[in-house]
Design a protein around this ligand. Structure first.
Ligand SMILES: Cc1cc2nc3c(=O)[nH]c(=O)nc-3n(C[C@H](O)[C@H](O)[C@H](O)COP(=O)(O)OP(=O)(O)OC[C@H]3O[C@@H](n4cnc5c(N)ncnc54)[C@H](O)[C@@H]3O)c2cc1C
Length: 509
């Protein structure tokens, strides 16, 4: 039987990102993927297009993969130019709440805490296939093995390790991470509790030929007395919400006749679908694993939390899980993790997942086709048109309001680090490519130089004058880009050493 440090189940974006993190940290990693090939029609343009917000773009930037991702999506890579100045510019998209979009120009950039210009865009669109292609290539460079056409069907664990079965093969690992999507086999096999709320609607996404598209509304999101339909990126690409309590979903395949009947009902027209090339249904069932770890088995991405795609947050949340878990699991594998480090994964990410579930539930509630809901929508639309409203929605959707509770009142601790830039041009993002922690010391006497030596194998130390230090004298940044400690212009060395030991374990003596 083959043996690995970690078996990741599922080569979707979350599983692949996590595998890259573990490979970067020198772990022996195997990814088992059910599908034999990349490039499913559900994962390429147009149906596979997904919105990626700042936290995800930042994760790719910090691992040196942003250029490859922009190239794979066909977006011109002007990220360097965009981040040259010292000023912040409005994001290209501000996201939406229940289809109501704030104007990006209304966002109060000064109200977004601790931001500096960065090559990572605030928002971009990429296909799942592009994301997976970039990550698969990187994983291969890092020595990660990916076995496709391997569907995991059994799992047993004891205190020493885990064995998973895929087809006729068994694989042994010290740890297994289920990144196998919303219907996760790993979650079920390992006995995780998965709790939440039942659906209100069946949603449809389909690529069709419409005989008389002029009968439909010309806007992207169309609300009627009977439901909502969305005209998406491509001609004939439609999305629909039918408030049937989720009754249709998974009972039968959505045929042309059924889709046409639903579209007629939710649009209030007699529109005709002549052909359906691809179609699938989903619901707004919103559930979350009560813990992300059971012994030696962990969950990340849709395997850990499901909700309606409204607001486009599943992928962004899953990539955040992977970034948070990767370095903690690697340190655990290598035996350098301080006590309890791995359990901070659930502690930090579960509240984020719960918040995303509630954000999507709130959107479902204001999309019901009823006069009362339409009245509430009108109020929310007015609020989103204000500066505070636009800023609030952008912070929620982009993840820029995420701050983990790391037990400190300091407002920067627990936030994603701003992309500090030294006078010599070095950027924080560029210093994070090897997946180590980073200490930036902006003080003239380089006061933390002596303190950091015990962690030199885990924390990179960089000193020098900073262009805009936002008033800080030094910061300690975890490998996932989260600020673990921040000091003023006369940093407290003992406090720094306590924080380094807390996150990175004992110093070498
Ligand atoms: C219509 C729609 C639009 C969306 N838009 C957005 C958006 O704009 N922004 C956003 O952030 N999110 C969006 N999402 C959500 C996003 O697509 C998911 O959250 C994301 O794909 C989850 O990634 P994942 O890697 O966790 O799971 P998945 O992408 O589901 O990948 C799981 C992988 O595991 C494999 N697998 C499954 N079972 C097994 C098994 N037993 N053994 C081995 N392998 C297995 C699967 O084949 C798959 O490759 C949208 C979703 C939908 C449906």
């Amino acid at each position: 039987m083959d043996e690995f440090d970690v078996v990741v189940v599922g080569a979707g974006p979350v599983g692949l990102f996590l595998a890259c993190e573990l490979g970067l940290a020198g772990c022996a990693v195997l990814v088992l993927e059910r599908e034999a090939e990349l490039g499913s029609p559900w994962r390429v343009e147009p149906l596979g297009m997904r919105g990626l917000f700042a936290t995800s773009a930042e994760a790719f930037y910090r691992r040196g993969m942003l250029g490859a991702l922009l190239k794979a999506t066909g977006v011109p890579d002007d990220s360097g130019e965009n981040s040259e100045g010292d000023g912040l510019s409005a994001p290209p998209m501000a996201g939406h709440f229940a289809g109501m979009e704030p104007d990006p120009a209304d966002i109060d950039l000064a109200a977004l805490p601790f931001r500096l210009p960065s090559p990572a865009p605030d928002a971009m669109v990429a296909s799942l296939d592009a994301v997976e292609t970039v990550l698969s290539q990187r994983a291969a460079e890092l020595g990660v093995q990916i076995r496709r056409g391997a569907s995991v069907s059994a799992l047993t664990q004891d205190e020493n390790g885990v064995v998973v079965r895929a087809g006729d093969h068994e694989y042994a690992a010290r740890w297994v991470v289920g990144c196998d999507g919303g219907r996760s086999a790993v979650r079920k096999l390992a006995g995780f509790d998965f709790v939440g709320t039942e659906p209100q609607f069946t949603g449809y996404i389909a690529l069709t030929t419409i005989a008389d598209p002029e009968k439909l509304g010309s806007g992207m999101i169309n609300r009627t007395q009977t439901g909502t339909y969305v005209r998406m990126f491509a001609d004939g690409q439609i999305g629909m919400m039918d408030f049937d309590g989720g009754a249709f979903d998974r009972t039968q395949p959505p045929t042309r006749e059924h889709l046409q009947a639903v579209l007629r009902r939710v649009s209030g027209t007699d529109v005709t679908l002549t052909e359906v090339q691809l179609a699938s249904s989903f619901t707004d069932r919103a559930k979350q694993a009560t813990t992300y770890r059971q012994g030696r088995v962990l969950l990340a991405g849709d395997a850990a939390h499901i909700h309606s795609p409204l607001g486009g947050q599943g992928l962004n949340t899953g990539l955040g899980d992977a970034m948070n878990l990767g370095w903690k699991l690697a340190a655990t594998v290598h035996g350098t993790a301080p006590d309890g480090l791995l359990d901070t994964y659930t502690g930090e990410r579960h509240p984020i997942g719960a918040r995303v579930l509630d954000w999507s539930r709130a959107q479902v509630e204001v999309m019901r086709p009823s006069p009362h809901t339409r009245a509430v929508q009108a109020v929310i639309r007015d609020l989103i048109a204000t500066r505070d409203g636009a800023t609030y929605v952008f912070q929620k959707v982009s993840g820029s309001s995420i701050r983990y509770d790391l037990g400190s009142e300091h407002p920067l601790i627990g936030c994603s680090a701003p992309d500090f830039r030294l006078v010599d041009g070095t950027r924080l993002g560029d210093l994070m490519r090897d997946g180590h922690g980073v200490t930036l010391d902006f003080t003239t006497d380089r006061c933390l130089r002596g303190s950091v030596t015990g962690w030199a194998d885990r924390i990179r130390y960089v000193a020098g004058p900073v262009r805009n230090g936002l008033g800080f004298g030094a910061v300690l940044i975890r490998p996932d880009g989260i600020v673990a400690w921040a000091g003023d212009r006369a940093p407290d060395r003992a406090a720094f050493e306590r924080a380094a030991g807390h996150w990175f374990g004992s110093p070498e003596v």
